[in-house]
Design a binder for this molecule. Structure first.
Ligand SMILES: Cc1ncc(COP(=O)(O)O)c(C=O)c1O
Length: 552
C-alpha cells in the first residue's frame, strides 16, 4: 500500500543559506508565514483536544506505512507542508489522553495554560545541567524541589533558606520521570551503603565486587512488595546488583506489603549475610493504587539501619488533601521520595523528582567535570543521572502557582470521591464484580454475569480456576472491543487477589484523575461494556462456553 506521505504532492523549498538563516531567525510579526502556521496549529490542536473522543482504533500496520521510509529528505520541505503532514498522520492518530472517557492509564489531562506556557520553555531552550546555560532556571528548579520537599518533609522556612540554594547539597534531583527518580534514589542508597572507609575508596570508585569484599558481605538486596513498579528491576540491573536482588515481598488482602513476610525475608537475608540497599514503600501502587504502611516500614528501616525509599510517583500529591494525607503517614521519615509531576501534578510528560530528607545524602553520587559542574558550583547537573536537561521544572512551578495547594486538594479529593462512587456503581450492579476497592483513585473490576457469580460461589477451586480462565478471555475481549470503539478506554492487567486463592485473574483497571470524568461518563462506560458482552460475537462464544461450564 502506498503511504499517504508519498502520495502527497511534495513541493520543495530551496536549500540555500538565506532560507536557512530565515528559519533560525525569530519571525518579525505574527502575520509572517510562521506566525500564521502557529495560529493554525493552535486552532487545530485545541479542536482535536475539545473533541474529547478517544482515538478510533486504526491498525498500527496502516499507520506504520506513513513512517516507513528510512531516507532523510535530500531537499528542505516547506514548514506549511510539513505541518499538514503532521496534522494528517500524527495528530489524527494520537491517543486523546485528555478525554474524560480515557480512564485507563496514569496519563493526565493537562490544564489549558500548559500549552502557551510550555512555549516559553521551548523558545528559551535552556539546559539545566549548568548555570551557564540556564541562569534563573536553576534557582527556579531548586525552588520547585524545595516546594515539594516541604510538602513531603514539612521543615520550616529557615531550613529551606539554608538548604534550597546551598551549593554543597541538593534537596532532590529533577528528572524525566518516576523511573529515573527511582533509579537515582537507589543509586544514592547503594553508594551510601558502601562509602569510602579504611583504605576502600567507595563503591562509586571501586565497584560492587570490591565493596562486598571490603564490607565482608555476600550479597545485597532491595526489599519491595510484589506490587512494586518494574523500574526497580531496571535500577537493580543498571546498578550492577542484578534483578534478582529485588526481593518481591508478598502483599496482604489489600495489596499492601505483608509485614510478616517482610520480617521472614529480613531473617533470611541476615542468615545469607546480605546487606539491604533499601527498603521501599509504595504510596499508590501502579495497578491498584494502594499505599503501604509507611510508618511501620520506617520503623523497620530504622531497626535495620537501612535506607528507606518511598515510591510516591502516583500518590505523592495526596499530601495536598487534608482528608486523605493521613494515608501517607510516615512518608516524612523516608530517606528519599519519588514524585512524578507528569502524573497528579498535571504537568506534561517528562517531569519527575526524587527528594532527599537529608540534603547531604546525594553527595555520594556527585560528579564533576572541568568544563562545567566545577566543584563548589551550584550547577544542578552534578547530582542528576541525566546530563543535558530541559527546563521542565518551570512548568511544575507554573502549575504549583496557578493551581495552588487548594486547587490540588480539590483535584485529589474529587478523584478519590469519584473512584468511591464508581466502586459503588460496580458493587451494586448484578453483572459486575469489584476486584480491588479504591484506596486512592484507582480500582479494578470485571464483568461477571450474575449467574456466573453464583456458580463461582458454589464451585470448588478447580472449577473456579476454569471459570476464571474463561472470564479472563471475556475481560480481554471486552477491553479490546471498547478500545476499538473509541468512546472510552479502560486498561487491563492481571492480579492475584487474596480472595481468588491461587488464581491470577484479568481485570479492568481504572484511574480517575481527570476532573472532567463525570459519574454519567462512568455509568455509560459500564453500559457500553454490557452492550459489548451482549452484542460481540466472540464475547457471546465465550459466554456460551461459560454457561456450559456451570451447567455441566
Ligand atoms: C508507582 C510508580 N512508580 C514509578 C513509575 C514510573 O514512572 P515513569 O513512567 O514516569 O518513569 C510509575 C509509572 O506508572 C508508577 O506508577
Amino acid at each position: 500500500m502506498k503511504s499517504r506521505a508519498t502520495e502527497r504532492d511534495q513541493k520543495h523549498a530551496v536549500a540555500n543559506l538565506s532560507n536557512l538563516y530565515r528559519i533560525f531567525t525569530v519571525p518579525e510579526s505574527p502575520d509572517s508565514t510562521l506566525g500564521q502556521i502557529d495560529q493554525e496549529i493552535s486552532q487545530n490542536l485545541s479542536g482535536f483536544l475539545r473533541d474529547r473522543i478517544v482515538a478510533t482504533e486504526q491498525d498500527l500496520a496502516v499507520i506504520e506505512q506513513d513512517f516507513s521510509s528510512p531516507e532523510i529528505p535530500e531537499q528542505p520541505t516547506f514548514v506549511s507542508d510539513y505541518t499538514d503532514f503532521l496534522m494528517d498522520t500524527l495528530v489524527a492518530q494520537s491517543v486523546h489522553t485528555a478525554s474524560p472517557g480515557f480512564v485507563g492509564h496514569m496519563a493526565s489531562a493537562l490544564p489549558s495554560f500548559m500549552l502557551p506556557l510550555s512555549r516559553i520553555m521551548t523558545a528559551l531552550n535552556q539546559n539545566l545541567v549548568k548555570i551557564e546555560t540556564s541562569k534563573a532556571f536553576t534557582p527556579m528548579e531548586r525552588q520547585v524541589l524545595g516546594m515539594l520537599h516541604a510538602l513531603v518533609f514539612g521543615n520550616d522556612n529557615a531550613y529551606y533558606q539554608t538548604w534550597m540554594h546551598n551549593r554543597d547539597s541538593a534537596l532532590g534531583a529533577f528528572c524525566s520521570g518516576g523511573t529515573l527518580a527511582n533509579i537515582t534514589a537507589l543509586w544514592v542508597a547503594r553508594n551510601n551503603l558502601f562509602p569510602a572507609r579504611d583504605g576502600f575508596r567507595g563503591i562509586a570508585r571501586e565497584g560492587l565486587h570490591r565493596a562486598l569484599r571490603h564490607y565482608d558481605c555476600n550479597d545485597v538486596a532491595v526489599l519491595i512488595s510484589e506490587r512494586g513498579h518494574y523500574s526497580f528491576g531496571k535500577a537493580a540491573d543498571l546498578l550492577g546488583i542484578g534483578r534478582d536482588a529485588i526481593r518481591a515481598i508478598p502483599t496482604d488482602g489489600r495489596n499492601r506489603i505483608d509485614l510478616g513476610a517482610l520480617q521472614q525475608t529480613l531473617r533470611r537475608l541476615k542468615r545469607e549475610n546480605s546487606r539491604i540497599i533499601s527498603l521501599v514503600g509504595i504510596a499508590g501502587t501502579t495497578e491498584t493504587g494502594n499505599v503501604d504502611p509507611l510508618n511501620s516500614l520506617a520503623d523497620i528501616a530504622e531497626e535495620q539501619g537501612c535506607h528507606f525509599h518511598v515510591d510516591a510517583a502516583w500518590g505523592g500529591p495526596t499530601l495536598f488533601s487534608a482528608n486523605h494525607r493521613h494515608l501517607l503517614q510516615g512518608i516524612e521519615r523516608a530517606d528519599s521520595v519519588t514524585i512524578d509531576a507528569h502524573k497528579q501534578l498535571y504537568v506534561p510528560m517528562g517531569a519527575g523528582m526524587v527528594l532527599f530528607r537529608n540534603p547531604a545524602s546525594p553527595s555520594s553520587i556527585e560528579h564533576h567535570a572541568e568544563y562545567i559542574l566545577r566543584k563548589g558550583s551550584k550547577d544542578l547537573g552534578s547530582h542528576t543521572l541525566e546530563g543535558s536537561r530541559p527546563g521542565t521544572a518551570m512548568l511544575v512551578h507554573s502549575a504549583l502557582n496557578i493551581i495552588g495547594r487548594k486547587g490540588y486538594e480539590l483535584l485529589i479529593d474529587q478523584g478519590i470521591e469519584r473512584a468511591r462512587e464508581f466502586a459503588g456503581m460496580i458493587g451494586t450492579h448484578p453483572e459486575f464484580e469489584l476486584v480491588t476497592e479504591p484506596e486512592l483513585n484507582l480500582l479494578t473490576y470485571r464483568y461477571v454475569p450474575a449467574r456466573i457469580q453464583q456458580a463461582l460461589q458454589r464451585a470448588d477451586t478447580t472449577r473456579c480456576s476454569t471459570i476464571n480462565g474463561h472470564l479472563d478471555k471475556l475481560t480481554k475481549r471486552i477491553q479490546k472491543s471498547q478500545r476499538a470503539a473509541g468512546r472510552s478506554f479502560v486498561s487491563r492487567t492481571r492480579l492475584s487477589p487474596q480472595q481468588f486463592g491461587d488464581d491470577t485473574i484479568t481485570v479492568f483497571r481504572v484511574v480517575l484523575a481527570n476532573p472532567l470524568t463525570t459519574p454519567k461518563i462512568l455509568g455509560d462506560m459500564l453500559e457500553e461494556q454490557l452492550q459489548i458482552a451482549a452484542g460481540d460475537e466472540r464475547a457471546q462464544e465465550i459466554l456460551a462456553d461459560l454457561e456450559r461450564q456451570i451447567t455441566d
